[in-house]
Design a protein around this ligand. Structure first.
Ligand SMILES: Cc1cc2nc3c(=O)[nH]c(=O)nc-3n(C[C@H](O)[C@H](O)[C@H](O)COP(=O)(O)OP(=O)(O)OC[C@H]3O[C@@H](n4cnc5c(N)ncnc54)[C@H](O)[C@@H]3O)c2cc1C
Length: 464
C-alpha cells in the first residue's frame, strides 16, 4: 500500500514539514536494520508526542497505508523494516525522562531514549535498571520493550518484561491506551502490558513507560576463564548453576569469536583458547569475594587453563569491549550473516555445543557461537556469502537441524531477538495451531485493517 500524495500532505500537517520526508537520501537511512536486509519505505516521520502518533495512525486507517515503528534500527530480525512499503515512524524524538521516583523505585520515561543513557541517569541517583542488551549504547527503550530485550545481566535479573509496570501506547486504530500500574502489584483485568512487550511493534506504538528500578549493587567483581575445549566450558556453566550460584552474567565466546575480536581490536585475547567465559557477580564485598573464590575453584576443577579476576576498571572494560564487539567483528568472516538466538535449558548447553560442533564438521561452513551462556541463550551465527547458493542451501538446512534439536532439548528458537521477518518460517515449529490462531485473533482485535507493521511474526499474514 504505497502512500498517496494526499495522505503525505496530511502527515506533513500533523508532524510539520521538517519532521517528515520522502527524499531518497532520507529514506535509505531508514531502510536497514542489523539484519542487513533492506526495504525502502515510502516516507519517514519523526513524531514528537502521543497526540501526533494517534493522528498518524488514524490517518493510516482512513487512507489505508502501513506504519512501521522504529527505534534505533538495531533489531536482529527485521522488525523495523518496511517490507511492504509504508511510513517508518522513527521514535527517537521521544527521548525524555519525565521522572525518576526514588521514593517508589520507578521511572517514567519515553521510548526513544537510548538504554545506556537511561542506565547512567538512574545510576547517578544510586539506582539500577538491570536490562542491558549488548546494544545498550545505541538501542532504544522502546525497541527493547517491543522485542523484550535480554542481555548479559538477564541471568540474575531477568529480562525487560520484568521491569515494565505499565505503558502508554497508541493502538493501530489511533486510540491512546494506558496499561498496567505504577505499583509493584496489580491484577485488574488481562495483562495488556505483557501483551505489548515482545509484540514487535505489531499491536501498538509505545509512547511512554513506567519502569521498575532496583538499588544499585554495592560492588561488582569480574573474572574470565579460558578453556582448551568448548565442551568443558559448557559443562562448567551447567555446574555453576547446579551448585545454585547465580552470577549476574556468564558470557561465552567460542574460538572463532575470540579470534575475530582479537584481530579487530588487538587487546590480547587468548586466540589459542577454544572458549572464554566472562563471569560477573555483584552484591556486598565480602559475599562477592567469597563467590568469586568459589567460581574460580569450579572453573579450575572443571578444566579451565587459566582464571583471571579483573584488578582494575580498565581490565573490566577490556573484557566487555571484547564481548560487545563480536557482532560487528564477525563480518571479517563473510559478507552475510545468518544470526540466531536459540535458548536451551542450562543443563543442556553441553549437548547443544556438541551439536554445533557436529554441524561445523558436516557442513564445512564458518559457524560462530557466543552469548549469554548462563541463560542457555546461544547466539549462533553462520557467516557466508549469500550469493553462493550452495552454501546458503547448506546453511538453511543446518538451521532446520539446529531449531529441531533446540526444541527437542526443551528450548526455544528465540530468546531475545524476536521473530520479525527472518524467523517467520520457523514459528510453527514451536507454536501450535491453536495458539497461533489465538495470536492472530489478538492481532486482528488490535489492528482490524492490518496497518501496523505488516509482514512480521506471521508468515502468511494474520488472516485466520
Ligand atoms: C551489536 C548488537 C548487539 C545486540 N545485543 C543484544 C542483546 O544482548 N540482547 C538483546 O535482546 N538484543 C540485542 N540486540 C538486538 C537489538 O539491539 C534489540 O532487539 C533492541 O531492543 C532493538 O532496539 P532498537 O531501538 O534498535 O529497535 P528497532 O530495531 O528500531 O526495532 C525493533 C522492533 O521494535 C519495534 N519498535 C521500536 N520502537 C517501538 C515503539 N516505540 N513502540 C512499538 N514498537 C517499537 C519495531 O517496530 C521493531 O519491531 C543486539 C543488536 C546488535 C546490533
Amino acid at each position: 500500500m504505497p502512500i498517496e500524495d494526499s495522505s503525505f500532505k496530511k502527515l506533513q500537517g500533523i508532524v510539520g514539514h521538517t519532521h517528515c520526508s520522502r527524499k531518497k537520501e532520507d529514506l535509505v537511512c531508514y531502510a536497514y536494520d542489523a539484519t542487513g536486509h533492506a526495504y525502502m519505505p515510502d516516507a519517514v516521520l519523526f513524531p514528537q508526542n502521543t497526540n501526533e502518533v494517534s493522528r498518524i495512525l488514524k490517518t493510516a486507517n482512513e487512507d489505508r497505508f502501513f506504519v512501521i515503528p522504529r527505534g534505533s534500527g538495531s533489531g536482529m530480525t527485521g522488525g523495523s523494516l518496511a517490507v511492504n512499503g509504508g511510513v517508518v515512524l522513527v521514535m527517537t524524538r521521544f527521548s525524555r525522562i519525565h521522572h525518576i521516583d526514588k521514593d517508589n523505585l520507578i521511572a517514567h520515561v519515553e521510548p526513544g531514549l537510548v538504554t545506556g543513557s537511561f542506565h547512567r541517569a538512574v545510576e547517578k541517583e544510586g539506582l539500577f535498571y538491570p536490562p542491558d542488551p549488548s546494544s545498550s549504547e545505541f538501542s532504544t527503550l522502546g525497541g527493547n520493550l517491543a522485542e523484550c530485550a535480554g542481555g548479559p545481566r538477564a541471568l540474575k535479573y531477568g529480562v525487560t518484561r520484568d521491569y515494565v509496570l505499565g505503558v502508554e501506547a497508541v493502538i493501530p486504530t489511533g486510540e491512546i491506551i494506558t496499561t498496567g500500574t505504577q505499583t509493584t502489584k496489580g491484577v485488574v483485568g488481562y495483562d495488556l502490558t505483557r501483551l505489548l512487550i515482545g509484540s514487535e511493534g505489531t499491536l501498538g506504538v509505545i509512547t511512554r513507560m513506567t519502569l521498575r528500578l532496583l538499588p544499585l549493587p554495592e560492588a561488582i567483581r569480574t573474572m574470565s576463564a579460558v578453556f582448551a575445549q568448548v565442551e568443558t566450558a559448557a559443562e562448567t556453566v551447567s555446574e555453576i548453576i547446579r551448585r545454585s550460584i547465580i552470577p549476574r552474567t556468564i558470557e561465552f565466546m567460542d574460538n572463532a569469536s575470540i579470534r575475530c575480536v582479537e584481530n579487530h581490536l588487538k587487546i590480547g585475547l587468548p586466540t589459542e583458547a577454544d572458549a572464554l567465559l566472562i563471569i560477573e557477580v555483584d552484591g556486598k564485598p565480602p559475599d562477592i569475594d567469597m563467590t568469586i573464590e568459589e567460581l574460580k575453584t569450579i572453573c579450575i576443577s572443571r578444566g579451565a587453563n587459566r582464571v583471571d579476576v579483573a584488578r582494575s576498571q580498565e581490565e573490566v572494560e577490556r573484557l566487555w569491549k571484547a564481548r560487545k564487539s563480536i557482532s560487528p567483528a564477525l563480518f571479517q568472516y563473510g559478507p552475510d550473516k545468518l544470526s540466531e538466538d536459540i535458548v536451551v535449558p542450562r543443563s543442556k548447553i553441553p549437548d547443544m555445543v556438541r551439536m554445533i560442533n557436529r554441524l561445523k564438521v558436516e557442513t564445512g561452513l564458518m559457524m560462530v557461537s557466543f552469548g549469554h551462556a548462563g541463560d542457555g541463550n546461544i547466539h549462533f551465527n553462520i557467516m557466508l556469502d549469500k550469493k553462493n547458493k550452495g552454501a546458503l542451501k547448506k546453511a538453511n538446512a543446518a538451521l532446520e537441524t539446529l531449531f529441531d534439536y533446540t526444541l527437542e532439548l526443551g528450548g526455544t528458537i528465540s530468546g531475545e531477538h524476536g521473530i520479525g521477518i527472518t524467523k517467520t518460517p520457523y514459528m510453527a515449529k514451536e507454536i501450535g495451531p491453536v495458539e497461533l490462531m489465538l495470536m492472530k485473533k489478538i492481532k486482528k482485535a488490535f489492528d482490524p485493517n492490518g496497518i501496523l507493521n505488516p509482514g512480521k511474526i506471521f508468515k502468511n499474514g494474520f488472516e485466520i
